[in-house]
Design a protein around this ligand. Structure first.
Ligand code: NDP
Ligand code: MG
Length: 360
């Protein structure tokens, strides 16, 4: 039986790479639904190729029958075997929750869902008996490592970060950095938001929150380290002082395939690395270079509404930088000053959505 998939964010970087895995495994998967944003031309081509029963497009034209212009949440809730949640940013939360409430299993790329509402999303998954398979490469690595190392033996989870496009740029040049420079990521090809979040390291702070929620680990037991080569994706340190690492090429194909196959390994997904041709370098995270990382972590430690405020504020100011309206250092400065004005509230869905809205 082929697995029926719904892909949210089909026209994005993860969405297109997921469709490539589907293309290479036509006996395993069938596309039931596709959702895109504004890239109507690409969505049309995907619809022609994969012939989904349902699709949704926020930038849809009049050309299509109204019955096919399905709201995202409705599309996500169609009965299927797996929903790939790969919309970027805070917009990913509502359809991810809708999919879980419809008891659809999730392959999760949209980390923002867990940053905004991790407890709510994980509780809904538990209540509805829904599996969440991580697509984020670091979390895929931790997922694999925790299958080998018993939890009670784990002292610390360590996520790696490439350090982004500005890793080696002198700090004195930061005020004049252009969006183009930030979007030239050294090791990964990704969408604009996450590429910017790699340069500020907001992405890694989000991933620490994501890991805490996905694996039910305290935040203090999860840390991050810069690893410029992006070959080691995560490490697990045990109570006796061993460190186990997951190593693979910097390609999302592996974690996407592992999530689509629900943890089963598929022969020859990618070529293994030739270790003799690689360097493995690790560096600490410099607070002067990456202030946003520390602001978001502080918000995570405060809990309640703060992680949602941090995600929404940094997304808002990040978009302003990409639009040429503010400088690169202002993303961190303005996010930190907005967070100073936030009043703590219980992290229920109403407060979370109101917080997100206050930054839109
Ligand atoms: P992209 O920007 O490449 O793609 C985002 C997708 O979401 C596009 O299909 C876009 O549509 C759609 N989209 C954006 N906003 C909306 C909206 N308001 N309503 C409906 N659709 C929308 O992002 P990525 O693929 O890089 O990232 C997706 C998610 O995966 C993010 O949460 C990211 O953090 C995570 N991730 C990505 C990795 C990567 O390698 N790219 C690695 C690990 C995690 P359109 O383009 O048609 O406008
Ligand atoms: Mg990642």
């Amino acid at each position: 039986m082929r697995k029926n998939l719904i892909i949210l964010g089909a026209t994005g970087s993860i969405g297109q790479q997921t469709l490539q895995v589907v293309r290479e495994n036509p006996r395993e998967f069938r596309i039931l639904g596709l959702a895109g944003g504004k890239n109507l031309r690409l969505l049309e081509a995907q619809i022609r190729e994969f012939k989904p029963k349902f699709f949704s497009c926020s930038g849809i034209g009049k050309k299509y029958a109204r019955s096919l212009q399905m709201p995202l949440e409705k599309l996500a809730a169609q009965k299927c075997d797996l929903v790939v949640s790969a919309i970027s940013g805070v917009a990913g939360l509502a359809p991810t929750l809708a999919a879980i409430q419809a008891r659809n299993s999730i392959a999760l790329a949209n980390k923002e869902s867990l940053v905004l509402a991790g407890k709510i999303v994980m509780a809904a998954a538990k209540k509805n008996g829904v599996n969440i398979f991580p697509i984020d490469s670091e979390h895929s690595a931790v997922w694999q490592l925790l299958q080998k190392v018993p939890r009670e033996q784990v002292r610390r989870i360590i996520l790696t970060a490439s350090g982004g496009a500005l890793r080696d740029v002198p700090l004195s040049k930061f005020p004049k950095i252009s969006p183009k420079q930030v979007l030239a990521h050294p090791t990964w090809q990704m969408g604009a938001k996450i590429t910017l979040d790699c340069a500020t390291l907001a992405n890694k702070a989000f991933e620490i929150i994501e890991a805490a929620q996905l694996f039910d680990f305290p935040l203090e037991k999860i840390s991050a380290v810069i690893h410029p080569q992006s070959l080691v994706h995560a490490l697990v340190e045990t109570i006796d002082g061993n460190i186990f690492a997951q190593i693979s090429r910097p390609t999302m194909k592996l974690p996407i395939a592992l999530a689509l196959f629900e943890g089963k390994r598929k022969f020859g997904t990618v070529q293994p690395l030739d270790l003799t041709q690689q360097n493995f370098e690790f560096r600490p995270i410099d607070p002067c270079r990456y202030p946003l990382f520390f602001s978001i972590l502080k918000a995570a430690q405060r809990g309640g509404i703060f992680p949602a405020a941090a995600a929404a504020a940094s997304e808002h100011y990040g978009a302003k930088f990409l639009a040429g309206e503010i400088t690169f250092p202002e993303i961190a400065k303005l996010t930190a000053s907005s967070l100073r004005k936030v009043r703590q509230k219980p992290a229920n869905l109403k407060n979370i959505l109101a917080t997100v809205k206050s930054f839109q």
